[in-house]
Design a protein around this ligand. Structure first.
Ligand SMILES: Nc1ncnc2c1ncn2[C@@H]1O[C@H](COP(=O)(O)OP(=O)(O)O)[C@@H](O)[C@H]1O
Ligand SMILES: [Mg+2]
Length: 238
């Protein structure tokens, strides 16, 4: 049985409204994702899906409750340790690639490795291997403006995996792609999941993508609800 990669316990998050009142978004989220598992999170716009991913990835702190990364509570980490955990154990892919436009695909993938103090020739070798893994070896020297949307997302996936993270968090990674390109990216996610050892939490509006996940959860009214397989595959999401 695979170990738990990331978990939450009674996770709450509120934001201050414009009038200063508290706006509760997450109201007790419990989640457990194992290594090798792909969990899709669906839900209406504004439901708090991105907020949840930010908390899982240590980009923001919860109002109450806990996030456990490989069993370790994130609240116990100081900012510096949290930054290290984000660099070493977590990979992010967003709807928009967030690649640095002045740098080549290879250099973008090397960046998190260099930040993690990997020696540059080693970082380059690892970037090359990742470019092959995502089918982008022939675009290594291209900068983001010279790549198509699908190609940029592939590079973004490679960058997210640079430090061999335990958890890959993806926020509508194919939300900006046409159907055919999206399908190729979805295939890539599952291919990488099968080849490597990490957990995936995936936010998507794409029915086909969510339907391929091991589990589909709906974020509604601040908590997660399991969606049965048949619902995930045949009915409208969210
Ligand atoms: N930093 C923030 N400050 C204030 N409100 C926020 C902040 N981030 C998100 N929100 C609010 O929280 C709600 C959930 O946002 P989000 O997590 O982005 O939803 P989703 O990704 O499901 O569309 C929205 O109403 C949004 O306006
Ligand atoms: Mg969002």
């Amino acid at each position: 049985m695979n170990s738990v990669a990331i978990a939450t316990q009674r996770l709450f998050k509120s934001f201050k409204d414009s009038d200063g009142s508290e706006l509760p978004i997450l109201k007790g989220v419990d989640l457990e994702v194992k290594v090798g598992e792909v969990v899709a999170v669906v839900g209406a716009s504004g439901a708090g899906k991105s907020t949840l991913l930010h908390l899982l990835g240590g980009l923001d702190r919860p109002s109450a409750g806990e996030v456990y990364l490989a069993g370790q509570p994130l609240s116990g980490l100081a900012e510096q340790q949290l930054a290290e955990a984000r660099n070493q154990r977590i990979g992010f892919v967003f709807q928009f690639h967030h690649l640095l436009r002045e740098f080549s695909a290879r250099e973008n993938i090397m960046m998190p490795l260099l930040i993690g103090d990997v020696e540059s020739s080693q970082a380059e070798a690892r970037a090359e291997a990742l470019l092959r893994a995502v089918g982008m070896e022939r675009r290594a020297g291209h900068k983001p403006p010279q790549l198509s949307g699908g190609e940029r997302q592939r590079v973004a996936v490679a960058r997210a995996l640079a430090n061999n993270p335990l958890v890959l968090l993806a926020d509508e990674p194919s939300g900006n792609l046409d159907n055919q390109t999206a399908e190729g990216l979805h295939d890539l996610f599952f291919q990488l999941r099968d080849e490597r050892e990490f957990a995936v939490v995936l936010v998507t509006h794409n029915l086909e993508f969510a339907g391929r996940a091991d589990r589909v959860l709906r974020l509604h009214d601040g908590t997660l609800h399991a969606i049965t397989d048949s619902l995930a595959r045949h009915e409208t999401i969210p």
